[in-house]
Write a protein of this length. Structure first.
Length: 166
């Protein structure tokens, strides 16, 4: 089965959720007051995102030289979220539009190489740089139900993910 590049103009139902991003080591529940939209999940409880981001980065790496201190970058993680979480739209500051363009290109190449289904993600851009940097609001094809707690929400959402044939 080949990757199927398509546009997000299909009539699929999208679900809005907020993700506590994996780089939020100093996260505190107090941050939730600023910017939560939809069901809240934790990216750190969905290890497939980090795994796929690392695999995407590894495909660019020249293994005849030493590895950089930071192996993955933001575009790798956005690409992984597109493929793993089925993200169709990211609510982003306009300054991240180039990162999303790069992420879509990386996700497309990775999907083609590994015969994965791929639909590029769109951006809903804003100029609000003060938005909570620990939360990422997305629209995804996967339904995210509020189960009453961050842990329960994340477990339920992870259970609904499609298994990637990697």
């Amino acid at each position: 089965m080949n990757a199927m590049p398509q546009t997000a103009e299909q009539s699929e139902i999208l679900h809005t959720l907020s993700i506590i991003v994996d780089d939020a080591q100093d996260f505190s529940p107090a941050f939730l007051d600023a910017g939560q939209c939809g069901t809240l999940i934790s990216e750190s409880m969905i290890p497939q995102v980090r795994t796929v981001a690392t695999m995407i980065a590894a495909e660019r790496h020249d293994f005849s030289s030493t590895s950089p201190a930071e192996f993955t970058d933001a575009a790798d993680f956005f690409a992984a979220r597109i493929l793993v979480l089925g993200v169709r739209c990211f609510h982003l500051d306009v300054s991240l539009s180039q990162v999303l363009k790069t992420a879509n290109n990386r996700a497309r190449r990775f999907a083609e190489k590994h015969h994965l289904f791929f639909i590029p993600a769109q951006a809903e851009l804003s100029l609000n740089k003060c938005k909570n940097s620990h939360l990422l609001t997305v629209e995804t094809e996967i339904k995210a139900e509020n189960k009453g707690s961050l842990v329960a929400n994340s477990i339920e959402f992870a259970r609904r993910l499609k298994l990637l044939p990697l």
